[in-house]
Design a protein around this ligand. Structure first.
Ligand code: SF4
Ligand code: SF4
Length: 159
């Protein structure tokens, strides 16, 4: 889903459900903490591995991240609407947020699909360094929050 559509949904949700925003912010802060822990696991591995990668996972699809509405609503509790404009810093055929130095979104609040799924090479490196179990634990914690987020965001649709 494109960012402009997600932003419209977020604005409408905020107006209709102001009382949900406190809980949404809490989830967003929990997600940010988990993503920071993930980044610490990736830091010794990913820069070199990904720089040398010829099939980069953020390339190959003209998308604006892998945000779902729930991810995006949480993102907006901590950050302004992201500028996902291909015209500004395009890498042809890649995600709009992919800039020459990597993902331009804040490193603690990327779409959950982007941070929960690793390529085999990165998983292998994590395994060799003893970080794979911690990564799985962090993913499971993100899954748990994602379910609660989904319930919070979709609850109003059933009313
Ligand atoms: S995470 Fe894996 S697929 Fe993605 S850029 Fe790094 S090495 Fe390549
Ligand atoms: S990690 Fe960033 S650049 Fe890569 S697909 Fe996700 S949002 Fe796009």
């Amino acid at each position: 889903m494109g960012i402009e559509i997600l932003e419209k949904k977020f604005q409408s949700y905020s107006l209709q459900h102001p009382l949900h925003l406190l809980q949404l912010r809490e989830f967003a802060q929990q997600i940010a903490e988990l993503q920071q822990k993930m980044r610490r696991l990736f830091a010794p591995v990913a820069p070199e591995l990904c720089a040398a990668c010829t099939t980069k996972c953020c390339s190959g699809m003209p998308i604006e991240g892998w945000f779902t509405a729930e991810d995006y609503f949480a993102y907006r509790m901590l950050y302004d609407m992201p500028a996902a404009l291909k015209a500004e810093a395009p890498i042809w055929g890649s995600c709009s947020f992919l800039h020459p130095d990597g993902c331009s979104l804040p490193e603690d609040m990327r779409p959950l699909a982007c941070v929960k799924v690793n390529c085999p090479a990165l998983n292998r490196e994590l395994e060799e360094r003893g970080g794979i179990e911690e990564f799985k634990r962090l993913c499971a914690a993100l899954d748990d929050i994602q379910t609660k987020l989904w319930e919070l965001v979709t609850a109003h649709e059933e009313q």
